[in-house]
Write a protein that binds this ligand. Sequence first.
Ligand SMILES: [Zn+2]
Length: 120
Amino acid sequence: MESAPINPSAQEIADLVVARLVNEGGLANLAGANLMTIEEQTIEEVDRVTRLVMSGLLTKQCHEAEPVTACPRCDKQLIPKKPQHRALQSRRGQVDFKTDVFHCEACRLDFFPSDENTSV
Ligand SMILES: [Zn+2]
């Protein structure tokens, strides 16, 4: 089996989306599809890819961000917790990813490394 290109171009990614839509997706009947159907199916599939790309980037960002060591509220030391699944709403739909979590005992709040302003 041929493996996926390590550094694919946008054209190669587009070719993969075309193959997916025609072979496995909503455009199995390509000959009978009008422009609106082609556009709708393309947007749906590309949005799915966009959410996966964002998920990958958010997970990577979490690993590359400086770990949060002090509570942004009270400045006490935070305790690392088990990584958690998190869902964010994007313009392209819900994006799920895994992130580290840090807990403040005093404030009883959890903090994520990628956004200093948000707590759960
Ligand atoms: Zn605190």
